[in-house]
Design a protein around this ligand. Sequence first.
Ligand code: GTP
Ligand code: MG
Length: 242
Amino acid sequence: MPSIIVILPTWNEAENLPAMVAALLALPLENLRVLVADDNSPDGTGRLADELARQHPGQVSVLHRRQRKGYGPATLDGFRTALQTDADLIVQMDCDFSHQPRYLPALLEKAADADVVIGSRYVQGGSVDENWGLPRKLLSWWANSVYVRLLLALPVRDATGGFRLWRRPALESLGLAQVTSNGYVFQVEMICMAHRRGCRIAEVPIHFPDRVAGSSKMGLPIALEAALSVWQLRRRYRHTRH
Ligand SMILES: Nc1nc2c(ncn2[C@@H]2O[C@H](COP(=O)(O)OP(=O)(O)OP(=O)(O)O)[C@@H](O)[C@H]2O)c(=O)[nH]1
Ligand SMILES: [Mg+2]
């Protein structure tokens, strides 16, 4: 059985973290550990994580970061810490149940013939929250499956989603020190690098419900900035070999 580490970057997820950890540990997967990467959340998520680590020694650990630096740096820190363990597979997922633990076995199965597996909203069988209006659905689909895919020539339909499983050698091969993006573009840059390095990328369909508890941290300005940053990525990775 391969050993799996699940990285949960958290910012004010006190309402979600205990249930997320419980759901992950209840999966029928041996050798699964959870690493919480918390940016000193004011709502006490870090303290809760410590408590969970005490309750589940050897299964839950916590990376306390001094201050809020954003999703990208916290996840990178999580990746580096994970690579210092003996984990064979490294999973990144949001701690708000938009990424549902029940899909992990499907991601794992797909990793038999892929280096990175994306939990994808935009492959056949995937879907987003029923409450998204048509304009939002279309915009998100277009951004992922058309705009980013064509601009960066990526064989991926969900380039901004953060539900991914990496095989250790793939993550090691990327050169994480080079990654500079944050937010949605962080995901795009990571998968762009993986593709340029020749990693085999696969997608498995997921349903993506909106968060029920806790509050949203992303907004339109962040999405617009992300859309423009993709052009910088295009320039930066243009000459990198496929
Ligand atoms: N460590 C850390 N985690 C963060 C930060 N910002 C967001 N996160 C976490 O990253 C994951 C994704 O963030 P979300 O706020 O859910 O982003 P989103 O899914 O685009 O938007 P909503 O679900 O609508 O809020 C969640 O687990 C957050 O708690 C941050 O600055 N630092
Ligand atoms: Mg979310």
